[in-house]
Each structure stands twice: as C-alpha cells, then as structure tokens.
Design a protein around this ligand. Sequence first.
Ligand SMILES: [Zn+2]
Length: 314
Amino acid sequence: MPTRAPRSPGAAPARVLLALAGVLVFVAAGAIPLQAQDDGLRVYISADMEGVTGTVTSDQLGPGGFEYPRFREIMTREVLAAIEAAREMGAVEILVSDSHGNGENLLLEMLPPDIQVIRSWPRPLMMMEGIDQRFDAAIFIGYHASTTNPRGVRAHTISSANLTAVRLNGVEMMEASLNAAIAGDFGVPVVMISGDDATVKEARRIIGDMEGAVVKWSLGFHSARTLMPETAYSLIGEKVKAALARVHDFEPYRLQPPLELEVSFKNYMPAELLAYLPIVDRVDAHTIRFVGKDMTEISRFIQFVTRYAPNITP
Ligand SMILES: [Zn+2]
C-alpha cells in the first residue's frame, strides 16, 4: 500500500504543473479524464477466479489442476483488461487484490510496473485488503454466486468446504455484497462486476446498480457456456469504461451498524466451540452470531473464523 507523504506548501506549484501536464496528455489522447480537476481516479480491483472466462471445475482453479497454469494467465489478462480500461478513463492509482485460493494466482510480470498487488492470506480486510476512503471506485473481476444461490458456477461464500450461509443484518450475503459492504464503509462504490450470469444478477439484486460483464452462462455447478478469452477481455474493458464514465452515479453499499453477522457451518463443532467465546452467540446447531461496530470488525472476525486452527504454522 503506498503511503502518501504529507503535502508541503512548497510542493504545490510542482503539483499544479504535473496536473496540467496530465490534462494535456489526456486531451492529446482524445480522452477526458473524469477527475482532472481533482488529482485523478483511484481504482481498487478485487480478483477472484471462479467467474473467469472458461473456468468450470478444480481443473482450472488451483495448483493441482491440469489447466491451472493457463487459466492463471487468462485471469491475469482479465485483470489487465480492467486496468487498461481504467487507465484510459484517467485512473492514476490502481491497487489489485489477488483474492482466489492461495492468493498467489496473478502473474505479476504480466501486469504494469506502476500498480500494486495484494497477495496471500490471512489479511484483515480479506478480498478487500488495502481499500480505503481515497479510492473512487471498486471493480470485481472473476466473481461467483453465493452458496445460497441454486445457480452459478462453483457458487460458494468464502469457504465452500465449511460454510453454508453468511448473513449480515438479515441479508443472505455473497462475497461480492460482503466486499461491497467493506468498500461502502470507506465510502467507495462498486461500479462493475464480471462473472457468470447468475453472479451478475445476484450482485445487482443485493448491491444495486452496477455495470456487469457476463463472460459465461451457468449450466450447473460445474458447467457453463463460455465466451472465448479475447472476447471476454474486450467486454470487461468496455464495461469498466462504461462504469467509470458514470462513476458518480453509483452509491456506496452501506449497512447500518450495529452489524449482525450470522455464519452457518457445514459441521457442528465450529459452532459449538466458537460459542464458548463471550462475543459469540449460538443461534442454532450450525449457526453462530457476532455483532460488530463496522465492516472492519466483521471482516476480521470472518477471517479469524475461516483461517484459525491451533496447529497453523509458522
Ligand atoms: Zn470466491
């Protein structure tokens, strides 16, 4: 995460000159940056993999799969398409979180040298680590439907192995809406999502207006009709541009505190043991409740619950 030096008054004339030079470059290129009068758009991109073009099973989704190396490249190129489109619309700072599996999927050498990438786990804000109030827009690439959605390729919420539902203030959450609520706490709207048709539909139902790039159509949990990668890259670029062209239309997705989180586990033991903690209530055999004052507390709690085991190393 870049730390920003405090602005000294003496630096102002140089900044003005730089800003003017930036405007001239954009005008020369035929594109008008949206916030040239400000100091440029800051864009946060969270990238998952189940919603990437062509991914349908574990064959593409993890290091053990025979197609994983190729689909890492396709995932990276989808992110690159979003980065290039954001650049065209005047983005001056782009932060990408590699938010699938081990968090080590994106091929860094294929990405531009002046962006930054969040990798691996655990991290307090999970798939949104690094977001803060300086960002103007959040973009979700390669996302998937929730574990409570009967449709969607590889539909799950955070942990397909362990969780059967995640609710916030009574709303069944998908990863996209949970992450939109984290962004919303910092005043940042989600402006665009890519994934299968079930994902885009569910995200719009829960979060609201956003641009959507449907790169495949779910036929079942492990099957889809898919676009070809080059077509998906173009579509993602188009939708990112459409979203950033009307970035002021989107509202941050804000949930009213206190935030009541309910997590349902596939098994009994996590619910039984977590309820030993005074901050946790047991709602039913498989479900616990935790109340947080903001999304940072909620996110840290979920990350703890899904990552902790007494034998973790180092
Ligand atoms: Zn996911």
